[in-house]
Design a protein around this ligand. Structure first.
Ligand SMILES: NC(=O)c1ccc[n+]([C@@H]2O[C@H](COP(=O)([O-])OP(=O)(O)OC[C@H]3O[C@@H](n4cnc5c(N)ncnc54)[C@H](OP(=O)(O)O)[C@@H]3O)[C@@H](O)[C@H]2O)c1
Length: 294
């Protein structure tokens, strides 16, 4: 079977960049940014896509800041719902596979146990509501669509929580992190590996799938693990400590955040027939590669 041709949208974003780089080594892969395809102009999407031949469309693009979504709800609806729906309609017509990325923020944050793909969704902010509506629109429009929910991404293409903590520790600044909000930090590099396996070996998989590392963390324990990894790699972060705070103290946030959105990756492990590593192992590897000291 010939290797599928892949088109990645959101190629200027954190996960999009990682996908283009990672998949390019084994597949004909093209990355598009908003210049080539604007999700906020759904009426232009079919014409844009028809200019390019592809078998698999990966869509990590969208309006990803909860606070921006809260302040610009119309823009969020276009980028996270109407745009993805138009992508899915085109993929259905062409018989292409679509992987649409979504979020742990589709959940309310009140669960006691890790959340499965079958658990009820109940987003608490406009970002989560538009992402959930986008999931449903994509699944309804395209029978070959896979909705891949991810959480708390880190990787070399966009600074995220561990990078901010390490940078601040290196400058000797005071460190605080929220201790009462939990989810699963997840490596963009690991997501790329799972996506490659799903494309290569499992063209039959569709519906909703949680793509996250194993384990769980609060923003506080994630920050402490980042410092620990920095020390191991020899970065001069000294004995920096992270002071735990409560989510409610972050009064500048515009959108409410769900507190507990740990997703179960049991279905992913079952589908791929492999053990998915703990986020701590992936974080240590990332920090060692991103901040080499020698
Ligand atoms: N980061 C996380 O921790 C996290 C957690 C849970 C779920 N997710 C989900 O994972 C996916 C990837 O996240 P990420 O952090 O890699 O995202 P990101 O870095 O914020 O990148 C978003 C991408 O979408 C593009 N985009 C935004 N509006 C667009 C539009 N109207 N038309 C075309 N492209 C547009 C951006 O282009 P510009 O560069 O031009 O703005 C950028 O390339 C998203 O679906 C997100 O909801 C992320």
């Amino acid at each position: 079977m010939p290797s599928p041709r892949i088109l990645v949208l959101g190629a200027t974003g954190g996960l999009g960049r990682a996908l283009v780089r990672s998949l390019s080594s084994g597949h004909e892969t093209t990355g598009w940014g908003r210049v080539e395809l604007d999700l906020e102009r759904p009426e232009s999407i079919a014409a844009a896509l028809s200019r390019h031949d592809f078998d698999v469309l990966l869509n990590p693009a969208g309006l990803t800041s909860p606070d921006v979504c809260e302040e610009q709800p119309g823009k969020a609806l276009l980028a996270n719902v109407a745009g993805p729906q138009a992508l899915a309609e085109f993929c259905q017509q062409r018989g292409a596979r679509m992987v649409h990325f979504s979020t742990d923020y589709v959940f309310s944050g009140t669960a006691q146990e890790p959340l499965t793909e079958e658990d009820e969704t109940e987003p608490v902010n406009h970002y989560g509501r538009t992402k959930r509506a986008g999931e449903l629109a994509v699944l309804q429009a395209c029978q070959h669509a896979l909705v891949a929910r991810v959480s708390w991404l880190f990787g070399p293409d966009k600074a995220s929580h561990p990078d901010h903590i390490i940078q601040r520790a290196l400058k000797g600044e005071e460190l605080t992190a929220v201790a009462d909000k939990v989810s699963v930090p997840t490596s963009n590099a690991d997501i790329c590996g799972w996506i490659e396996l799903l494309i290569r070996n499992r063209p039959d998989v569709n519906g909703v799938l949680h793509l996250c590392n194993s384990g769980s963390a609060s923003w506080h324990s994630w920050a402490e693990a980042a410092l620990e990894a920095a020390r191991k790699t020899g970065l001069p972060v000294g004995t920096a400590q992270v002071r735990p705070i409560q989510l409610a103290e972050l009064s500048f946030l515009k959108a409410p955040r769900p507190l507990m959105t740990i997703m179960s990756n049991a279905k992913l492990q079952n589908i791929l027939g492999m053990t998915v590593r703990d986020w701590r192992e992936a974080l240590e590897e990332y920090v060692g590669q991103k901040y080499p000291t020698a």
